[in-house]
Design a protein around this ligand. Structure first.
Ligand code: PMT
Length: 415
């Protein structure tokens, strides 16, 4: 199975003098929890907001400030840091730091380290999450510096719009640590076995409209589908995540299409599948919808109304029909949410819906299926092979499913 793309990576986390520096402690902690080796370099201004000791405590590695510039190893410290780095991530990055990086300034340990990374194809990744007040970010000088750095291959995350320390509500907030981590994970995954492959993943429920305030739906939270999208990204794929309404943030690097109804989901899937190498259908699509969505809220005065239903299209059947002419997607993986005769029902769905394999989950179990963090599934293959997987996290199930997709998409390499 593929390791987490950030695992064992040497990350230099540069922290500069912004109020968002406090969020960098959470980022450092998240990086360390993902298995990275994290060395933090604080500028003098950053060290006024937050102490090196905070970072040392959450990363278990030395954190440096400009005081170390004049220590015994001062003359080689920046070279040593740059040499072992897989990435330099600067979060938060102030306007002053952007200016220094764009123009080669090197008057503190962080800018010295950035310069020592060098330029060219083999240089480590430089990723920047700016944070500053709105006028400073939109200033022509800062924008030109951002453009210079982008041209050099620097990857930017944010800034986001929101409340700024000045009281303004505008673009300038540092992106959330989870989003920065997601983007870094994405950058490190771009060498996996699915590089250049387009995988479409569906997730979550659909909502079928009764009237402007009511709908029919189901208990899907999107957890399994989002985990599949992340696993496909980790393996290097370009991922389109087609999601019903859920409370999850899409994984970094995914193209997310938000839909509500089964009809909207069908349209989005058929469009994305035109270029897809694989489709993984983890969404819990409603089989029925109210025959007529009421324009106004239905009143209870006349008692309970009858609610005639219409059948929703079988999306996988429509995919198969389109596939007959486009030959895309090459691989189709379905899920079966069953409460009885699990294997027989799932096998029947696999054959009827033209899947390469189906993931059957017993959704009546308390620790599997809808909403929980874990799942217990059986993989059923067209040739009759059955793989019963033990109880696992949804991320682990997703990694197992993606392993099978890799094998199906690269048969000669796996022969
Ligand atoms: O989102 P979570 O809370 O993490 O829960 C995960 C899950 C239980 C929703 C997921 O693991 C799962 O089982 N998803 C498929 C649910 C489902 O709709 O199963 P089904 O047996 O009704 O449908 C079989 C297959 O046909 C599915 O791949 C489904 O996406 C597809 N389908 C269903 C209906 C329809 N109209 N068109 C379809 O293409």
């Amino acid at each position: 199975m593929h390791p987490h793309p950030i695992q064992k990576k040497n990350i230099i986390l540069g922290v500069t003098g912004s109020i968002a520096a406090y969020k960098a402690a959470d980022l450092a902690s998240k990086l360390a929890q993902s298995g990275a080796i994290v060395n933090v370099v604080l500028t003098e201004a950053a060290a006024k907001f937050i102490a090196p000791l905070t970072f040392q405590s959450v990363t278990g590695e030395p954190a440096y400030s400009d005081a170390d510039l004049w220590g015994a190893d001062a003359h080689v410290l920046h070279i040593g840091l740059a040499r072992k780095a897989d990435a330099l991530l600067i979060a938060p990055a102030t306007a002053n730091t952007l200016a220094k990086l764009a123009h080669g300034g090197a008057d503190d340990l962080l800018s010295l380290t950035a310069l020592a990374l060098g330029t060219g194809a083999d240089t480590p990744l430089l990723m920047i999450a700016p944070a500053m007040d709105a006028g400073m970010y939109t200033h022509a000088a800062t924008q030109e510096n951002v453009e210079i750095l982008k041209r050099r291959g620097v990857v930017f995350v944010g800034p986001e719009a929101g409340h700024l320390a000045s009281g303004l509500v505008a673009k300038g907030r540092m992106s959330e640590p989870a989003d920065i981590l997601g983007q870094l994970r994405y950058q490190f995954s771009r060498r996996g076995p699915l590089l250049g492959k387009h995988i479409v993943v569906t997730a979550g429920p659909t909502q079928e409209i009764i009237d402007p305030v009511r709908y029919l739906s189901n208990r899907s939270t999107g957890k399994q589908g989002y985990a599949l999208a992340q696993a496909a990204l980790d393996a290097g794929a370009d991922v389109t995540l087609i999601s019903g309404p859920v409370h999850l943030s899409p994984p970094g690097g995914a193209t997310c299409v938000h839909v509500r109804t089964a009809l909207e989901m069908e349209k989005a899937i058929l469009s994305a599948c035109q270029t897809a190498d694989a489709l993984i259908m983890a969404a819990a699509v409603a089989d029925f919808r109210p025959a007529q969505a009421a324009d106004q809220k239905i009143k209870k005065l006349g008692g309970a109304p009858a609610l005639p239903l219409s059948a929703n299209p079988d999306i996988l059947a429509a995919v198969n029909q389109q596939r007959a002419t486009t030959q895309k997607p090459n691989v189709v993986v379905g899920f079966a949410a069953e409460t009885q005769s699990i294997i027989a029902n799932a096998e029947d769905k696999m054959r009827r819906k033209g899947m390469n394999f189906i993931v059957a989950n017993d959704v009546s179990a308390h620790d599997a299926g809808f909403a929980v963090e874990t799942n217990r599934v059986t993989l059923l293959h067209t040739a009759g092979r059955k793989e019963e997987l033990p109880l696992m996290s949804k991320a682990e199930i997703a990694a197992e499913v993606i392993e099978r997709v890799i094998t199906l998409l690269n048969p000669q390499e796996n022969a």
